[in-house]
Design a protein around this ligand. Structure first.
Ligand SMILES: Nc1ncnc2c1ncn2[C@@H]1O[C@H](COP(=O)(O)OP(=O)(O)OP(=O)(O)O)[C@@H](O)[C@H]1O
Ligand SMILES: [Mg+2]
Length: 249
């Protein structure tokens, strides 16, 4: 049986001001059960692309389908009901609320019974269960990123999109967050992540797309991308020998 792609982005154009497209005809197909990384230089439009898919940046042309359903015009607050959860790079948890309150709020948004949703998430994130009374603002960087992922999972999405989940984390913590994303995928959730941390991302992802000037330049497996001279010259060289992804923003 030919299953519908989890996500099908076709010739997408999107931007913040009318007539000024930042995403300029990007296309990408993600199969159910895949982990796909979106790479590319600073300002390439990676965040704009995933925000447009999540309903947070106006789309002027093209389309997005989620498991065959058109979500091109779905407003951001309806996306969880379509099965898409988005974890932005910054401000992805409520720092003044406790870990438990962050998760309870996510359950309330989808009008789900609190325990039915929180218990499995705590089972998957035992560190968060231990720290459930702690204000999220007091979590370590790695745990805070885990909470952002946990919050998104409360809605039981079929597709989880994350914008630079490794930003600002040490290589060891990056590995922990990525291991958790692998677990999420193994639990049946398709994962798309924007990454600066190229080597770690290629090790995690089944496939990756390199976005340049608002369009995908190359899409392939990690091995294919690592072999590609254009990718090396364009982008990977900048990261040779370094696995850190901690810029600001
Ligand atoms: N809120 C906004 N309003 C107007 N322009 C924006 C906004 N956010 C981003 N842009 C512009 O869109 C372009 C692409 O930015 P975007 O953040 O999507 O790139 P990126 O690939 O995610 O970069 P980075 O690697 O720095 O995160 C940039 O020129 C940026 O100035
Ligand atoms: Mg970005």
């Amino acid at each position: 049986m030919a299953a519908e792609p989890a996500l099908s982005i076709v010739a997408l154009e999107a931007g913040y001001e009318p007539g000024l497209a930042i995403v300029r005809g990007a296309s990408l197909e993600v199969q159910a059960g895949e982990i796909v990384a979106i790479l590319g230089p600073n300002g390439a439009g990676k965040s704009s692309l995933v925000k447009a898919v999540a309903g947070l940046v106006p789309i002027s042309a093209g389309s997005n389908r989620l498991f065959g359903r058109d979500i091109t015009r779905t407003p951001a607050h309806r996306m969880v009901f379509e099965g898409l959860a988005f974890v932005p790079q910054t401000e992805n948890v409520f720092t003044n609320l406790s870990v438990a309150e962050n998760l309870e709020l996510a359950a309330a948004v989808v009008r789900a019974a609190r325990h039915e949703r929180l218990d499995p998430v705590y089972a998957m994130f035992p560190d968060l269960a231990r720290q459930r009374r702690l204000p999220a603002g007091q979590l370590s960087g790695g745990q805070r990123q885990m909470l952002a992922v946990a919050r998104a999972l409360i809605a039981r999405p079929r597709l989880l999109i994350l914008d630079e989940p490794s930003a600002g984390l040490s290589p060891k913590l990056v590995e922990q967050v990525f291991a958790k994303l692998r677990e999420v995928r193994d639990g049946g959730v398709t994962v798309v992540l924007v990454e600066q941390n190229v080597k770690a991302a290629l090790a995690l992802a089944d496939r990756a797309a390199v976005l340049v000037e608002g369009r995908e330049r190359i899409v392939g497996s990690g091995a294919e991308l690592l072999r590609d001279d254009t990718v090396a010259a364009l982008y990977l060289g900048r990261h040779a020998g370094g696995a850190q992804g901690g810029r600001g923003r």
